[in-house]
Design a protein around this ligand. Structure first.
Ligand code: HEM
Ligand code: HEM
Length: 344
């Protein structure tokens, strides 16, 4: 069986367009434009695509263009699902195509419900989280239709190293995903500016959440003209910073393990190195989000680069699982001392 190149190309376009859509969605939240268009599925009572360009002003620009780009992604996903269904012999891939279509429909409905129910936190968080999950499904479809997936030759990696690499790769992916979920909760509970300093948090490495410390943090808020932060908001914010540290350790650990392993080829080593670059950009954008008091382009860049880091870590796991085969470790030569004679 060989890969269908046009189909693979189309799956890639769908995944890349989704990444663009995540930036457009992030702009809606970062600019507070979520309710600039109060109705759904229509836009100010008109069929979405009949809405005049001349009326695209203020927050409507962000909200309406997000809906239009989302429709394009919905259409691409529908075409992809049908194309896979008609041309791919693997039943599980055909199911995955339909799963992608179901996910994009649920995502669109969640987007609509966010508007109709005036941005309730759980729905907004779910909309943010499903966006990233849908992106992973789109990457899976692109990978399983690629030439690499159909190649039969595997690069052998000896047992111990292979297990270690897999553990690091899963840890990195899992922690980045968890971090995105905490990020979404942080964003939609208004906890993004619960602390306004960086790299310290509330003036300390490990902040106190007692009344005196909270008063001090809120005094800084008052001087900056920000709303008072609650203890819950501060805890969510600090948790996001702690998880960032855990994710950083996993990503750097994975990159070092890849780099040091002579059995791993250059391409995967480079993937590990790019993960570290994406991580550094992500931390810088996170710090800048706080220090600029959520400048909207920087904040959206943080969400967008977070999605890119997630997608990249996922692709690394897929490649490691598919393209590198486990080779049993060679049996150790054991020199046994004759009975009764102490071993040297
Ligand atoms: C493929 C479909 C879609 C994807 C991947 C997607 C993605 C996103 C993302 C990533 C965000 C930012 C979340 C955050 O920053 O936490 C967002 C926000 C938003 N999206 Fe979508 N979206 C889709 C469809 C829609 C549709 C059809 C609507 C219809 C109204 C919609 C309405 C919204 C609204 C109102 C927000 C702002 C929510 C808030 O500020 O709380 N989305 N979207
Ligand atoms: C591995 C590192 C990190 C990742 C993957 C990550 C990812 C994310 C994501 C994806 C969001 C938004 C989620 C959504 O709404 O859908 C977010 C929000 C946020 N992140 Fe991070 N982040 C990281 C590190 C940091 C660091 C070090 C800081 C610095 C304090 C930071 C500060 C923020 C802030 C302030 C928000 C909320 C922005 C708002 O309220 O609009 N992040 N993060």
């Amino acid at each position: 069986m060989t890969n269908n190149r046009p189909l693979h190309l189309f799956a890639n376009v769908t995944a890349v367009t989704t990444l663009g859509l995540i930036f457009a969605g992030a702009l809606v939240t970062s600019t507070g434009s979520g309710l600039s268009v109060p109705d759904w599925p229509n836009t100010y009572g008109r069929f979405m695509f009949a809405f005049p360009w001349s009326d695209m002003v203020g927050g409507i620009i962000f909200e309406h263009s997000h809906r239009m780009i989302a429709s394009v992604v919905g259409l691409l996903t529908a075409v992809l699902a049908v194309w896979i269904w008609r041309s791919d012999a693997r039943a599980w891939v055909r199911w995955l195509g339909w799963a992608a279509l179901a996910a994009v429909i649920v995502q669109g409905v969640l987007g609509g419900l966010t508007v109709l129910f005036l941005l309730p936190t759980p729905i907004s968080v779910l909309h943010g989280a499903l966006a990233q999950t849908f992106f992973l499904i789109a990457i899976t479809l692109a990978y399983v239709t690629s030439r690499e997936f159909f190649q039969t030759g595997r690069i052998p990696v000896s047992g111990g190293a292979h297990h270690r690499l897999r553990r690091w790769a899963w840890a990195a992916l899992g922690l980045v995903y968890l971090q995105l979920l905490i990020g979404a909760v942080m964003r939609h509970t208004g906890s993004g500016l619960a602390f306004t300093d960086f790299p310290l948090t509330g003036g300390a490495l490990w902040p106190s959440f007692g009344p005196a410390a909270m008063e001090q943090v809120n005094w800084a808020h008052w001087q900056l003209g920000l709303a008072e932060a609650t203890r819950g908001q501060m805890m969510i914010h600090f948790l996001h910073r702690l998880t960032a540290l855990a994710a950083s350790i996993a990503i750097v650990g994975l990159a070092l393990n890849l780099w040091r392993n002579p059995e791993i080829d250059r391409r995967l080593k480079m993937m590990g190195a790019v993960s570290v670059v994406l991580l550094l950009v992500q931390i810088s954008l996170g710090a800048a989000t706080v220090l600029t008091l959520r400048q909207y382009l920087i904040t959206s860049g943080h969400v967008w680069n977070g999605a890119a880091l997630l997608g990249w870590s996922y692709l690394l796991v897929l490649r490691l699982l598919r393209h590198y085969a486990l080779e049993p470790a060679p049996a150790r030569l054991q020199v046994l001392a004759p009975e009764g004679v102490p071993a040297a």
